[in-house]
Design a protein around this ligand. Structure first.
Ligand code: PRP
Ligand code: URA
Length: 209
């Protein structure tokens, strides 16, 4: 069974509250999402294995730690997942970035694929899928399935806000994928929006509504 990690650090909770407010504009929304992604990145990468290497400081030779040659890829689900990429790249500058384009059909709420471009060696990488919203879980499950069809075996899902319905669906369909969230909200409304949520993340990031 996949693990659910809810990262309830006070600074993350504080920033998320500002993001939720309807009066918060796109510029602040984007900056806060980037900051939270960086902070969440610490937890998502917490168990990466380390190597001991010999280095020379200005004072002496010593043994020090470095992340073991584990390659990473960040895969945002377009559009809103893009808002979490820069924060993660600040933490892991060498990570490659793939893109999966999905949008929800507004009537059926089913995801529709329109783009997929992934690093050639994606199957050899630890993949962090980003998307601020985990609502029905349809988009996340489709993206995870696409990655598995490309041979990925080591995938983590990093979202901001999740609904119980979406969390359960990912855990049922992808029990090998750990989920990282800043908050578990109450439920979905009749339009499959998260309640209380923060509205349409893509529109708030890009100012399209
Ligand atoms: C939003 C969000 C997720 C999806 C979540 O994207 O960013 O990708 O909905 O809903 P689900 O869990 O029910 O699939 P949207 O389809 O609105 O596209 P956008 O990011 O381009 O705005
Ligand atoms: N997508 C969003 O952007 N927000 C929601 O609440 C649900 C899906």
């Amino acid at each position: 069974m996949s693990q659910l990690h809810v990262i309830n650090h006070p600074m993350i909770q504080h920033k998320l509250t500002i993001m939720r407010k309807k009066e918060t504009g796109s510029k602040d929304f984007r900056e806060l999402l980037k900051e939270i992604a960086l902070l969440m990145g610490y937890e998502v990468t917490r168990d990466l294995p380390l190597d001991t290497v010999e280095i020379e400081t200005p004072i002496c030779r010593t043994q020090a730690k470095q992340v073991k040659g584990r390659k990473m890829a960040i895969v945002p689900i377009l559009r809103a997942g893009m808002g979490m990429v820069e924060g993660l790249q600040t933490l892991v500058p060498v990570a490659k970035v793939g893109h999966i384009g999905l949008y929800r059909n507004e009537e059926t709420h089913e995801p529709v694929v329109y783009y997929c471009k992934l690093p050639e060696d994606i199957q050899d990488r630890l993949v962090i899928v980003t998307d601020p919203m985990l609502a029905t879980g349809g988009s996340a499950c489709d993206a995870l399935q696409m990655l598995k069809e490309r041979g990925c075996t080591n995938i983590r899902l990093m979202c901001l806000v999740g609904a119980p319905e979406g969390i359960e669906r990912v855990q049922r369909e992808h029990p090998d994928v750990d989920i990282y969230l800043a908050a578990v909200d109450e439920c979905l409304n009749e339009n499959a929006y998260i309640v209380p949520g923060l509205g349409d993340a893509g529109d708030r990031i890009f100012g399209t509504k």
